[in-house]
Design a protein around this ligand. Structure first.
Ligand code: LLP
Length: 390
């Protein structure tokens, strides 16, 4: 039986949850602030810039808090660019990634003078140069390198191997750097990397540092110096024990880069963290609609489904499930499922919960990242609401 106490749901809020329309995302804003303060504390005094990857969670209240606390923005669409501007992020320090930037998105970025386009291919580089030329501006860019490092994470969130669509292969890099220098309307600032997501071992990051060191030495031999190195995001969190690890070990993470990456004088190191900033501050609060018994199985049917939280269906992800209203001392084994007409709409199989009944309130934990931002209205379902605990 899962006895972990849902600390950060602040017990006195549970009665309130029972009266609210479910499902909704509940955000612990104090934890969000503490997490960002920890990042700031550890990066202070270093030439580091931490961007927040908006794709993890673009709820306006969350964005405003992150912008207020001084992180920069990392974007992958024109929609995210607009949301970042609305939330008060500085355009000058925004980074814009993605393999398929549309012309209007590039124009929007240039109109606002964003800090850097992370360029993922030669045709994109040429297109940015063309659009910037027509607008009479210079686009600041970094080249996204595919370092061919396996981050040993789920195959859908591994991005840095040669099999992925992302970035430019190391072998092509010298030609692309030379091209960027030749193009009149782009200014090459640096190199960009991102090897994957939910990375909990430090070894892939160490390998990334070593790859970057080699590349820098190689380019210095050619007389090329980069102002910025961007190592992307990817730091994982503890989905099994959220209350004992409310934050990942940021000290160890930043320590890897200060120890292994040979930054050159004057060079800035950029990070693009998403999950590690917001995941633990969010819970999905949902109600039990029915408890259904088949011959050899019991199902807890929730009013939240894969439309509210798609990670279990899409990546076989596990989120801790807690019955936060049951007073029962006995437990039982259930499959916890949603109401959507898809067999993959399952949050957990054979899950131990206190005896659960219709009307109980359930919390799905560690869903602040890639939860609300990936919600859909499939089956014409309503999008989940949100609640912010100060
Ligand atoms: N920078 C780039 C270029 C990225 O593609 C990503 C994430 C990040 C930064 C932020 O990575 P993070 O620190 O959050 O790991 N929906 C999936 C995760 C997809 C991540 C995509 N790229 C999930 O729910 O696990």
């Amino acid at each position: 039986m899962n006895t972990e106490e849902p600390n950060n749901l602040k017990v006195h809020h549970r009665e309130r949850f029972q009266k609210m329309r479910t499902p909704f995302y509940c955000y612990d804003m104090e934890l969000l602030r503490d997490t960002i303060k920890e990042i700031s504390r550890l990066t202070e005094g270093h030439p580091y810039k931490v961007h927040y990857a908006l794709k993890a969670n673009a709820n306006p209240t969350i964005l405003q808090e992150i912008a207020r606390l001084g992180l920069c923005a990392d974007l992958v669409s024109g929609g995210e660019l607009k949301a970042a501007l609305d939330a008060g992020f500085e355009p000058d320090s925004m980074a814009f990634s993605g393999v398929g930037k549309a012309d209007w998105e590039i124009r929007l970025g240039l109109e606002h003078g964003i800090g850097c386009f992370n360029v993922e291919s030669v045709p994109e580089l040429e297109n940015i140069n063309l659009i910037a030329g027509k607008m009479g501006v210079t686009a600041r860019i970094a080249i996204r390198v595919n370092p061919d490092i396996d981050a040993h994470t789920h195959r859908y969130v591994t991005t840095g191997t040669a099999q992925n669509k992302f970035g430019i292969g190391k072998e092509m890099l010298p030609d692309v750097v030379a091209l960027a220098h030749d193009l009149p309307h782009v200014c090459l600032r640096g190199l960009h990397f991102h090897i994957g997501s939910q990375i909990t071992q430090m070894q892939p990051f160490v390998m990334l540092c070593e790859t970057i060191n080699e590349l820098q030495t190689h380019f210095e031999g050619l007389g090329v110096h980069f102002e910025t190195i961007n190592v992307g995001g990817g730091l994982g969190i503890d989905y099994s024990n959220p209350d004992t690890h409310l934050m990942p070990d940021f000290e160890q993470y930043f320590g890897v880069f200060s120890q292994h990456l040979e930054l050159r004088p004057g060079q800035e190191l950029h990070f693009e963290l998403g999950r590690s900033v917001v995941a633990q501050c969010g819970s999905l609060i949902t109600r039990v609609l029915y408890v259904k018994e088949n011959r050899d199985k019991k199902f807890v049917i929730l009013d939240a489904g894969m439309t509210d939280l798609i990670r279990p269906a899409l990546y076989e992800a596990h989120h801790l499930i807690q019955n936060i209203t049951s007073q029962a001392t006995d437990s039982d084994t259930y499959d916890v499922v949603g109401p959507v007409c898809e067999s993959s709409d399952v949050f957990a199989r054979n899950c131990q919960l206190p005896i659960t009944q219709r009307g109980d309130v359930i919390a799905l934990r560690s869903v602040g990242a890639y939860g609300e931002s990936m919600a859909s209205s499939y089956n014409l379902r309503q999008l989940p609401g949100s609640l912010f605990l100060p």
